[in-house]
Every structure is written in structure tokens, then in C-alpha cells.
Design a protein around this ligand. Sequence first.
Ligand code: GAL
Length: 687
Amino acid sequence: MDHPLTRDTIPAAAAAPAERRRRPVGLPALAYGGDYNPEQWPEEVWEEDVRLMREAGVTMVSVGIFSWALLEPGPGRYDFGWLDRLLDLLHSAGIRVDLGTPTVVPPAWFYRAHPDALPVTREGVRLEIGSRGAICHSSPAYRQAAAAITEQIALRYADHPALALWHVHNEYGVPVGACYCDTSAEDFRRWLRERYTGLGELNAAWGTAFWGQRYGAWEEIRPPRLTPTAGNPAQQLDWARFTSDTLLDNFRRERDILHRLAPGIPVTTNFMTALSQCESLDYWAWGREVDIVANDHYLVAEAPRNHVNLAMSADLTRSVAGGRPWLLLEHSTGAVNWQPRNLPKHPGEMARNSLAHIARGSEGAMFFQWRASRYGAEKFHSAMLPHAGTDSRIWREVVALGAAIGSLGSVRDSRVVSDAAILWDWQSWWAQRLEWRPSVELDARAQADAWYAAAWDRHLTVDFAHPEADLSGYPLVLVPALYLMTGAAGANLRRYVEGGGTLAVGHFSGIVDEHDTVHPGPYPGALREVLGLTVEEFAPLPEGRTVRLDGPAGTLSAGSWSEFVVPRGAETQWSYGGGPAAGGPAITRHALGRGSAWYLSTRLDAAGLDAVLARVCADAGLPERRLPHEVEVVERIGELGRYLFAINHGAADARVPLPGAGMELLTGLLVDGELEVPAGAVRVVHL
Ligand code: GAL
């Protein structure tokens, strides 16, 4: 093929289409494949790779993510020969390509010229080359070099017939989010000047009257580097926002080049929405900027019921995609290489994982990686094609999964049906994690995990939503932990309840505004009206202490936290049976307008949370789902009908009632009224 080398030779690719493409171009089926690193292998191996990809039903591979040093061996000197041959080979086999911009690992020659593009930690240590992701994203030299290689790749491959999707960078925010160097400091000051009308406003927002931190000139402001004791929380919160924005700005620069030079090809970057995997990005903001939301998810192998965490990550990903289809770009066929003990997956677990992501909205299942590396830091990471070769359990499961995914093509573009929303805000999480909170056991992520698991156990499918989003479509909204809430978010919840919604809020929510300043008056300032109560004093419990809650519907057990709650319209449902707040309200319900708002002022154990959630669901009119406990049931709905996914995580065969008749897509059998799901199996019924 004829490769244009300069911008002038690009065809009339001028203006980007008004509505960007939302799925990989030319992909006729769900995406199935993985990261493919052919540069680690002699070219003879590529033929075998492609033959085996076809055997496994691979439809798309991600290529070139870490190839900058190979593609640009010296400044401005390019070598695209190998990538040309590779893309042509993949194209001849009908395999689509998710092509990386390799900007996550600049070549060694770049750092020789620009050592100050290496990132600096909060402790002032400059990180070194020899790994990946060592980047100061405020560095002008880095930005320029990244734009140049992106432009060259776009010019070269914009019209390649294998190209389906652009994959910018890799997992922004991991392993390096913030850089604390002087260049970043300068960039931070620029960001602040755009955000605040002047130093007066900044000093007020940061509360610099406290501990005499007032700034008299912009140049005095620095990143929140190590301080002798607790640093300014509002400064740290703005720094976290600046970090997410800076990385997003870098993404946008590359995206805009790709849009300009290859307008028909959608652009993505791989998120890590699981709260255990990336902490530094505000994915609500990022979700709006990509053409297709893509996500990587890795099980914490030793965590019990890690399939619940997988479901949560998938729901969060779908939600940052605004409910639109998204794509699982990486997960693993078996063990990863970076956990303390890298456990293999059980037989069937890989398929359950992949199909659970698809059930929750993914338009495919991709892996890290196609072929296991022989060398480098990830040589003990599993792959679709393991070191053991094709005579292996993993390979047989990979081939079977390829066939299974091949039979699910019609689910593309269908939407997940959800029952409720959980409110989540990365900015609130950042704020709550800062030093000197009333208890070290206040953990927003653990709260979100626990509430999500409680919903999962009741077979509720949930979306996540931003606290200021329109919630009117949901009968039930859960707020596990939103320490930071703007007045607008508080008003939003009040409107929601008055309009007929059912709301349940966890302790230590609605306390501060966007600058980590306590809302005026009694806690919880942003939520007093909707909850119909005030909190006079926090009363964290000593480590390990539990407290009994008494109510007409039985006793419950809670721990780590209690509060002195004063009802001001709300009615007590359970009261403290012991502890510092003994006799006072623990769980309340406020009838407001046409709806109701529940408040849980302590941290319930799983049974307690389930009992309260049962009452809350009844308020919301959500019927009890009588399904086998460890069977995950999710519905997708589209123009071609309804799809019911049933995933049996348990050790016993299960039966799931069906609302009608349909075709089971993985076995090709007709089913009517009831579905058998063997232990460990997945079934997908097209109703
Ligand atoms: C991901 C990353 C991949 C690979 C993988 C290993 O986070 O994007 O390149 O390192 O982890 O699990």
C-alpha cells in the first residue's frame, strides 16, 4: 500500500465528523483478542500468531503501545517497515487493529536530551528510565515529542484498511499520576490562575488564614510536596484535580491530532475504573472525552468473591460511558505477575469473567496479552497463547471462548437494564482520603464496595452516577460515601426525593464543599434538609468495637463509627443499643414530598446492610428477586430483543426463572420458562 509520509499528501480528511464513531471501524462482531507485541518475536513467528488467532476466533488486536523506540530509533528518524508488514499481515487474515500511540514510553534518546521530563515524586525523588510510564506530563519537550510521533503514525496509517481504533498512550495515571517537579509547579500555577479570579479568591478557597499560609504572589505557590505535618487539604484537592486535568489535556492533544488526520477512526485510551486500580483520574471527566470508553480490569486474585468487584468495575465503566457500549480492552486469561501471589484462574473462570463484562455492556473481551513474553518484567504474566503452547488448558479455553463470543454478535448495541443508581465522585474520594479525618476507618472505597456488594446480593443491577446528574429515571439512589458534596448536589438529591425517589445515604456524607470547607451550620450541611436531621457530634468507635442497633424489625450489628443524630422531621427506624450514642437514632427515614430519604449513621455489617436495604427497596417499589444466591443475572435490551445473561459463580447447578421463551445462544437450545445454569457455567438467552 502507498503510505503518505507528509501531511500534504493526506486525502481530503479535513473536518472530523460531527458525531464521532462509537465502535471500532469494520469490526463485524464482538471484539476478541489482546495486546499483541510482535516486536518481541522474529517475524517467522508472526505467521504462526496469525494462524492461531484465526483458530481462536480473534477479531481485533492492540498493537504498538510500547513501540516508540522501535518506530523512532533516533530523533525524527522513523522506521515503520515492520509495522507496515504486520498490519498488512493482520489485514490479510481479516483481523482488525487497535493501533497504539506509543507515548507511554519515550525512547532513551529522548531522555538523554530531556532528563527533566522524568517525573519527580512527592518526596522529591526523580524516577528513572528502564521501565515504563516515567513521564512528567507537564514537560513541553515530552508534549512536543508525543505530538510528533502521534502525527507520524496517524499520517502513515490513517488509511490502512486494518485500522479499527486508536489506542492513545496506556492507562493514564498508572503507574505515575502526579509529578512534583518545578515544571509541574509552574503548570499548576497556570491552572490555578485559570480557575481563580485572583489570589484573594484562592486564599479564601484554600483557607490559608489557617496556620498563616496566605500567599501574596502566584510564584509562592508550590505543589503539595512533603510537609512536616498535615498539609493544606484544599491545596491537595486542587492538586489532585490539576493532575487529572493535566493527563486529560495530554490525551486530548493526541486525540485531536488523530481526529484531524484520521477523522473516521474512533479514539480511545484504556481506563482502569476499578477503585483498587487507579486513583488519580476523575473518570467522569474522562468519559466525555473519548469516542469509546475502554477499560482494563484485573482481578485481585486472593480477594474472596472478586467477581463482585469485577461487576462493579464493569458497571462503573458503563456509567462513565454514559450508558453507551464500552470495551473491555484488557483482562487476563490466568495469573498476572504483579500481585504478591499470582493465582491461576480456575477452569471456566476466564469465560465467566469475560462474559460478565459483556453482560454489563462491553462490546467484547480483550486480554493482556496474545502471546506470553519470554523476557522482560512481564514474562510470568498469563496470555491467550501461554508458554505451554496450544496443548494447554488455557489455550483450549481461549479457543472455546472465541467461539462463544462469536455466537453473541447480536448483543452489540443493546443496553444494560438497571434498577438503581449509586452515586460516586472521585473528587470526594480524593478529599476524604486526606490526613486527619475523624477516624482512620472512614474509607469511602470500602463503603462503596460494601454497598455495591449488598446490591449485587439482592440481584440489583446498578448504574453509577455523578452527584449532580439527573437521577429522575431511578426508583432508588444509594449514596455509600460522599464526604464532599456541593450545594448543587444537595439540592439535586432533595429534588429527586421530593419528586418521588427513594434515597439512602451512608455516614460522613454531605460534610464539606468543593474546597474541603465544612458547610455552615450543623452536619451534614449539604443533606440536612433532605435527610430531615442534624448530626451534633461524631462518635467513632475504638478499633474492633461493635454496637447493637435496636428496631422493631430486629437487631442489627454495626462497627467503627456512630453519631449523635438529632431528628428534625426524620423518623427513627433503628436506634443505638449501646456505645456512645446509646438510645439515640442510628437509622432514620424522612418522608419528603412524594419520596423518602434514609440515613445510615453507622457502618453496618453485611447482614445489617442487607436488612436495611430490603426496607429501602420496598420503599422504592423494587420487588424482591428470588434467584439462586451466587447466580449473577443481568439483562441487556436492544432492537433485536432482550438478552438475559446468567452466570453461575456457585458450586451447585442452578435454575433461573425466565419471563418467556427464547434461544440460549451458547448452546443453541430453545428454553422456555426456566433456564438451567450448571455450576460455573454461563448462559445467554435471547428472549
Ligand atoms: C496493564 C497494562 C498492560 C500490562 C498488564 C499486566 O495494567 O496496561 O500493559 O502491564 O497490566 O497485568
